[in-house]
Design a protein around this ligand. Structure first.
Ligand code: HEC
Length: 469
């Protein structure tokens, strides 16, 4: 073993480099907040690993899945991952929650650096790379959101990409570049997949390399670094700081595992580009602030909310180390800049909060549908979107029970009919949705209950005679 290490070290100098790094002096007192960058790195590795496994099963195609034409290949492959691939649901959940946590962690990391003034000379380049990393993280989330190709992600992306047209000069060109056409369609899916899998991760790794080498080169920042500052007490990185770092990574892993095991990543009815009735574009929660802001301004000012304000925000972040050049690091001696940052954060938090409390529940049924839910317009999307993996035409656990077509629903299951026209309270198809059939678990099996609006729609359809429209 030693021989091998020596062989490599003679040629590369790695062992010596690692050894030097391990004992390099770091500030003695560090808080968990100082390790959020490492937590973000851990989450990125999680995204890469789970992403590789997801890509083994995911099909980036909006084409129909032949055995069940109302489902796309993309959507069907997500169902397959969730219900057929062993532990596939955990992998998808880890990827979904990993993305959410990563956004929270990188933003908190940035706020810490901002508060401590750690972007100041000589760390400007580290800061710029960091701003780039945050933008790429958001772009990864935006492109990943579309991939399940369900109603929610489809319409949210349709609205999101249409906003590109407000970009100065290149707007229309950018919009068609990303969408592949004047509107969101199957080409958008493959373009987003390519960006999500290839371009954005490559850019992220590149910027991360810059960010990380700068951190290694310059060491952790000290609050009092300037000339005449008192000398800091330091400790060797290993074992003290390395140990603290591991604790932060383990805590991040624990939160991630808990979320993944406890809360399934959402999947609503399959995307239907023609179904205006289910048009509810809800953006990702970290874009709620834009979404909410747009509600406050008249529509002709939309470009201000979409381009001007986010543009100014990014430029301000980039310009920060050039504008705030004093040597002091403590917040108490940088009051104006801390106040400006605090104000911006307060506005963001407030708008995001408003976004959360006013967001419509995903896919509520429309008033039309409530009054007269049709099979093909309302019931079929609900059933095919949520039941096909187990009660679909291709079988699964419940072979012979196809609850995704009119004929299948009326035929019923192994234990007989599940629909008694006109009588929702005697129809298993309805009762099972609230877990009211003795001996049968609540459906959809293994997931939370469907939104109550959907259950009501199915019940109403049965009540109205369970007709095939
Ligand atoms: C993950 C797989 C899975 C999903 C998804 C699923 N089911 Fe089931 N379903 C089952 C299994 C397994 C049974 C049999 C349970 C038993 O008998 O113990 C069942 C039983 C039923 C029954 C009772 C059939 C009978 O004849 O007694 C109905 C009705 C039903 N499911 C409806 C639905 C509906 C509607 C959905 C979608 C909203 C759905 N299921 C989603 C697996 C699933």
């Amino acid at each position: 073993m030693n021989g091998i290490v020596k062989w490599f070290d003679e040629r590369t100098g790695w062992a010596k480099g690692i050894q030097e790094y391990m004992v390099h002096p770091v500030p003695r007192l560090v808080s968990p907040l100082d390790f959020l960058g490492v937590a973000a790195l851990f989450l990125f590795i999680n995204q890469a690993v789970t992403g590789i496994f997801l890509a083994m099963f995911y099909v980036p195609s909006a084409a129909s899945y032949a055995p069940h034409p109302s489902l796309s290949m993309a959507y069907e492959s997500i169902l397959f991952i969730m219900y057929k691939v062993p532990l596939g649901w955990v992998v998808r959940d880890l990827h979904f929650w990993g993305a959410n946590l990563m956004v929270i962690i990188v933003v908190t990391h940035m706020l810490r650096v901002f508060y401590e003034g750690a972007y100041k000379k000589p760390r400007e380049v580290t800061w710029w790379a960091g701003v780039g990393l945050i933008l790429i993280t958001l772009a990864l989330a935006f492109t990943g959101y579309l991939l399940p190709w369900d109603q929610q992600s489809f319409w949210a992306t349709a609205v999101g990409t249409a906003m590109f047209k407000f970009a100065p000069f290149l707007g229309h060109w950018l919009m068609t570049l990303f969408q592949g056409a004047e509107f969101t369609n199957s080409l958008t899916l493959t373009r987003f997949y390519s960006l999500h899998m290839l371009l954005l991760p490559a850019l992220l790794v590149l910027l991360f390399a810059v960010h990380f080498t700068m951190v290694l080169k310059q060491g952790m920042s000290f609050i009092e670094e300037g000339e005449g500052a008192p000398k800091q007490k330091t400790v060797p990185f290993y074992p003290y700081t390395a140990f603290q770092m591991n604790i932060v990574v383990l805590a991040t892993a624990a939160v991630l595992l808990f979320m993944a095991a406890e809360y399934l990543a959402p999947l609503v009815a399959p995307a239907d580009p023609l179904n205006k009735a289910m048009y509810v574009p809800i953006p990702l929660w970290y874009f709620f602030w834009v979404y909410q802001f747009l509600k406050f301004i008249p529509y002709y000012l939309d470009p201000v909310g979409i381009i001007v304000i986010p543009g100014i925000a990014v430029l301000a972040l980039l310009a920060l180390p050039l504008l705030d050049r004093g040597t002091h690091r403590e917040a108490s001696r940088r009051k104006p800049i801390i106040a400006a940052g605090g104000l911006a954060v307060a506005a963001l938090v407030w708008l995001t909060y408003l976004g959360f409390v006013t967001v419509p529940t995903p896919l509520p049924s429309t008033l039309e549908a409530q009054a007269h839910p049709t099979f093909s317009g309302t019931v079929e999307p609900i059933l095919s979107g949520n039941c096909v993996s187990c009660h679909g035409p291709t079988g699964g656990n419940m072979a012979g029970q196809d609850f995704t077509t009119y004929a299948g629903v009326m035929k019923g299951g192994n234990a007989g009919k599940v629909v008694v026209p006109g009588k929702p309270d005697q129809s298993k198809l309805v009762l099972v949705l609230t877990g009211k059939v003795s001996g049968v678990p609540s459906m959809p099996l293994g997931r939370g209950a469907l939104p109550s609006a959907w259950i009501q729609d199915v019940a109403k359809w049965v009540q109205l005679g369970a007709k095939n429209d």
